[in-house]
Design a protein around this ligand. Sequence first.
Ligand code: FES
Length: 126
Amino acid sequence: MARFEHHVFVCENVRPPESPRGCCSAKGSAEVRARLKDELEKRGQKGLVRANGAGCLDQCAFGVTMVVYPEQVWYGGVTVADVPEIVEALVAGKVIDRLRIPDTKLTGKAAAGGGGASGPSCGVSR
Ligand code: FES
């Protein structure tokens, strides 16, 4: 069984065009994930970082959304053009603030004690 250091879940949820919630698929999430896979391979991260397609991550207003685990770093409004920077930051153990969805805007409950990464660095180490 493969063991990865990080999983990047990219929402590829599809909703009908008339849905008021919209969906990440309509905003290009399949292309974002394809580019992510290419960029990870190009940078020698295949086998270390897994680019997973996901259903709705319940952050629809911020689509295209993705979340990096185990760091719990959420990115929103991601485009294909952002992917190289995201991979570079991941490898360097950094977070891209301009793409990060603030913890205060995420849906869902934080674990007791705050949960999730905070501050300028996600604490990724290689
Ligand atoms: S449709 Fe992508 S987060 Fe809900």
